[in-house]
Design a protein around this ligand. Structure first.
Ligand code: SF4
Length: 370
C-alpha cells in the first residue's frame, strides 16, 4: 500500500480503504467519490488536477499520498491502426500494452507480469524470462493511461471524445494467474471503480488449473481464454512446458467445471505452427477434446518475430526459431474440419506485424531482446 517514498499510492486502495484513508485525514466522506471520479473516470495523474478540492485539501493529500502513474516510453502505430505502448515501471522494468481497433471494437491487451516464466516456445516474452509480478496498480494503470492517451488525442484534434476502449484482454506479457491476487485486485477496480463491463474483459491463461478454479470462485465473472496450442500432451509439453505440470486431460476437465454465464463461451487460442500442431489429425483431436464445452477456437497462424532474439529456453522446450507459419491452404483446411464438426472457429488476422505486435516484441525491440 505504501509507495516508494512511503506515501500511500491511491491507486492501490480499494474503495473501502480509500474511504478509511480520507476519514483518517479528517476530510468529508464525499471526498472519496470525488477522488474516485478524478482518477478512474477522468484519468487524473496528480492531485493538482482535482479542481473541485480546495488547495489546502490537495496539499494535505500530497503530504501523505501519491497517484502512481506508469511512464510512457514509446508509442508505435502500425499501418493497420494497431498501437503499442511501452511503459516503464518505477524500478526500470518495461511492460507493453497493445491497442487493437477492429470495426466497432477497440481492444486493449494488457500485461500481467514483467517478463514471463512459462517459456512457451512460440512466444518472445517466454524467451526473455521472468522479471517480476506487476502490482495491481501497474496492471490497472495500463488501462487508465491508454484511456487518457485516447481522450487527450481526441481533445487535441478538437474531436468530441468518441473513442473508448470497448474490450480488455489479459493476453500481454506474463501469466495472469501466476499473479493472482494483484490481478484480481486490479480487475475489481476496473469493473467496480472504472465501471468497465466484466463481460468485455477476457483473461487468458496457459493453464494454471488450481487458479482457473480459484478465478471462478472470485465471482469476478470475466471471460476465460485458454492458450491451448496442441492436442496431445507430447506436443503441448514440447511447446508449453506448463503442460508437464498440468496436462491436457486435467486442463480440459477444469474448463468443463468453469461456470459459464448463459451465452458465454470459453475461448481456446491455438497458434498454428507448420508441421507441429497443424495436421488434420490435430484438427480432429481438437474437435474431440472440446466436445461438450461451450467454446470458440481462435486460430492464430504463427507469426515469426522479425528480430534476433536471445534464447534462454530450457532444452526441453521447442523454440520459435524453428517454427514457421503453415500455408494458407493448411490453415483453411484446419478451420474447415472444426467448422464442419460444429466447433465455432475463426482465423485471427495478424495485427501490427510491422510494429512487432506479437507478445513481447516491442520490449524486445527496445532492449535488443534482453
Ligand atoms: S505465451 Fe503467455 S504464458 Fe506463454 S511465455 Fe508468452 S507471455 Fe508467458
Amino acid at each position: 500500500m505504501k509507495h516508494n517514498d512511503m506515501k500511500i499510492n491511491i491507486k492501490e486502495l480499494s474503495k473501502e480503504e480509500l474511504s478509511a484513508f480520507i476519514e483518517s485525514l479528517g476530510l468529508k466522506p464525499y471526498r472519496t467519490e470525488q477522488i474516485i471520479n478524478w482518477i478512474y473516470r477522468r484519468y487524473a495523474e496528480s492531485f493538482d488536477e482535482m479542481t473541485n478540492l480546495s488547495k489546502d485539501t490537495r496539499e494535505q493529500l500530497k503530504e501523505t499520498a501519491v497517484i502512481g502513474n506508469l511512464t510512457l516510453l514509446k508509442t508505435l502505430e502500425s499501418k493497420d491502426g494497431t498501437q503499442k505502448f511501452l511503459f516503464e515501471l518505477e524500478d526500470g522494468e518495461l511492460i507493453e500494452s497493445v491497442l487493437i481497433p477492429d470495426n466497432e471494437r477497440l481492444t486493449l491487451c494488457i500485461s500481467s507480469q514483467a517478463g514471463c516464466a512459462m517459456s512457451c516456445g512460440f512466444c518472445l516474452t517466454g524467451n526473455a524470462g521472468f522479471k517480476r509480478n506487476l502490482k495491481s496498480y501497474e496492471v490497472l494503470d495500463q488501462v487508465i493511461s491508454v484511456m487518457r492517451i485516447i481522450r487527450d488525442r481526441d481533445l487535441s484534434k478538437n474531436e468530441k471524445s468518441g473513442h473508448h476502449i470497448t474490450n480488455i484482454v489479459l493476453m500481454g506479457m506474463g501469466e495472469p494467474l501466476n499473479n493472482f491476487n494483484e490481478i484480481v485486485s486490479a480487475l475489481r477496480k476496473i469493473t467496480g471503480l472504472m465501471k468497465f463491463s466484466k463481460r468485455r474483459i477476457t483473461l487468458s491463461t496457459s493453464g494454471i488449473i488450481p487458479k482457473i478454479l480459484a478465478l471462478a470462485e472470485t465471482g469476478l465473472g470475466v471471460n476465460l481464454a485458454i492458450s491451448l496450442n496442441a492436442t496431445t500432451d507430447e506436443t503441448r509439453s514440447m511447446i508449453m512446458p506448463i503442460n508437464k505440470k498440468y496436462p491436457l486431460k486435467d486442463l480440459i476437465k477444469a474448463c468443463r467445471q468453469f461456470p459459464l454465464p448463459p451465452r458465454s463461451r470459453i475461448t481456446f487460442e491455438y497458434v498454428l505452427i507448420s508441421g507441429i500442431n497443424d495436421s488434420e489429425e490435430d484438427a480432429f483431436r481438437l474437435v474431440n477434446l472440446l466436445k461438450g464445452i461451450r467454446s470458440k477456437v481462435n486460430l492464430i497462424p504463427y507469426n515469426p518475430p522479425h528480430i534476433a532474439i536471445n534464447n534462454h529456453a530450457p532444452k526441453s522446450s521447442a523454440r520459435s526459431s524453428h517454427f514457421s507459419r503453415p500455408s494458407e491452404s493448411d490453415i483453411l483446411a484446419f478451420k474447415e474440419i472444426l467448422l464442419n464438426r460444429g466447433l465455432m472457429a475463426v482465423i485471427r488476422k495478424s495485427r501490427g506485424t510491422d510494429i512487432s505486435a506479437a507478445c513481447g516484441q516491442l520490449k524486445a525491440d527496445y532492449t535488443g531482446g534482453k
